[in-house]
Design a binder for this molecule. Structure first.
Ligand SMILES: [Zn+2]
Length: 197
C-alpha cells in the first residue's frame, strides 16, 4: 500500500491518486499533504544550470561601492559575510549558510534530480539527493538576504555615496532564476519517479 505521513500531526494515511490541479488534505488536521503537480524536469534542469552559471559572478563580483570621506570601498556577498566573522560569528555563519551554501547546494541537487528524470536514470545517489533537496528548500533564503541588504543600503544612503555594481545585477538575476526553479519543483513528482520504476 502506498502511504503518506502528515508533516503536521504524523497521521499515516493511504495515498490517494490525484488528477492534476487537485490537493490531498489530512483527514485529521486538514493541512495539505501534497498537491498533484507535474514538474517539468527539462525546465528545472535548464534553470538549475543557469543558476549555477550565474552564482559565480553573483558571489564573486562586487555588489556595491561605498564612497565615504574620500575613500571608496567595494564589497561582494562573501566579503560582507566574512567581515562579520570577528564580532558576530553566528550571524556570519547563518548568512553564509542561508545566502551561499544552501542555495548553491539546492541548485546542485535540483540539477542532479532533474537530470536523472530527463535521462530516465535512478542512481543510488538520487534518494539522498531528494532528501537533501526537501531539507534545503527551507534553508535557501537568498531573497531574505537581498531584502535586508537593500534596507541596509537605503539606511547608509544618507551617510555615504552608494554606487551599484555589476554583481548586484547578477545576484538579482540569480534570485529570479532560483525562485522560478523552486516554484517549478515538485517533491512528490520526483519521489514518484524514484519509486515507480
Ligand atoms: Zn495531519
Amino acid at each position: 500500500m502506498n502511504t503518506i505521513i502528515c508533516r503536521h500531526c504524523d497521521l499515516v494515511s493511504e495515498r490517494p491518486a490525484l488528477t492534476k490541479g487537485y490537493v490531498a488534505k489530512c483527514s485529521r488536521c486538514q493541512h495539505i499533504l501534497y498537491k498533484a503537480k507535474t514538474a517539468n524536469a527539462k525546465k528545472i534542469l535548464a534553470l538549475a544550470i543557469t543558476a549555477l552559471l550565474l552564482a559565480i559572478p553573483a558571489f564573486s563580483f562586487s555588489l556595491v561601492s561605498v564612497h565615504l570621506l574620500g575613500v571608496t570601498e567595494q564589497t561582494n556577498l562573501l566579503q560582507g559575510a566574512l567581515l562579520l566573522v570577528d564580532f558576530a560569528p553566528i550571524v556570519a555563519l547563518v548568512v553564509i549558510f542561508c545566502a551561499v551554501v544552501a542555495p548553491v547546494l539546492l541548485t546542485v541537487c535540483m540539477c542532479f534530480n532533474s537530470a536523472c528524470v530527463v535521462l530516465n536514470r535512478r542512481p543510488r545517489l538520487l534518494n539522498p539527493s531528494l532528501k537533501l533537496t526537501s531539507l534545503l528548500i527551507h534553508w535557501s533564503m537568498l531573497e531574505v538576504y537581498i531584502v535586508s541588504f537593500m534596507v541596509a543600503l537605503f539606511k547608509l544612503n544618507s551617510y555615504a555615496d552608494i554606487y551599484y555594481d555589476n554583481g548586484l545585477l547578477f545576484l538579482v538575476a540569480l534570485l529570479i532564476i532560483n525562485m522560478s526553479m523552486i516554484c517549478e519543483y515538485s517533491n512528490a513528482y520526483f519521489w514518484d519517479f524514484l519509486t515507480n520504476e
